[in-house]
Design a protein around this ligand. Structure first.
Ligand code: ZN
Length: 128
């Protein structure tokens, strides 16, 4: 099932921006009109009269992804568990963990920039 999430940015009590996101499902977002009402689909979000119809490209889309498909090669990594991996200098530790989307993340600065790092490579190697 798809869900439409609406985010409103309010400045000084006045709504300045509204963004939309489709979560789940396998159908990309589109807008449609039915009996004089406008909807953001999939998810049947009914737009208010004063709401501007958004550009399709402005609607974020997070399709449904089966979780297990992403982690068949990481049998020994438990989700929700934080693993500590030593930094290259050996004087500190970074936290490596499997997130809910099945992606291994690291707390080091390198991962933040490149979305991959030595710690994850090392960690995955030793976990298989
Ligand atoms: Zn790292």
């Amino acid at each position: 099932m798809s869900q439409v999430l609406v985010n409103e940015f309010v400045v000084a009590g006045k709504m300045v921006k509204r963004t939309y996101a489709i979560y789940g499902g396998l159908v990309p977002p589109f807008t449609m009109e039915l009996k004089g009402e406008r909807y953001i689909m999939p998810g049947w979000y009914k737009m208010k009269q004063n709401e501007a119809t958004p550009d399709i490209k402005d609607i974020a889309y997070y399709p449904y992804k089966p979780k297990k498909a992403n982690i068949p090669n990481l049998p020994n990594i438990e989700s929700n568990k934080v693993y500590k991996v030593k930094s290259s200098k050996g004087n500190s530790y970074y936290e490596v963990q499997l997130n809910v989307a099945g992606i291994v993340e690291c707390s080091c600065p390198g991962y933040v920039f490149r979305r991959k790092c030595r710690h994850i490579a090392e960690f995955v190697q030793t976990s298989i």
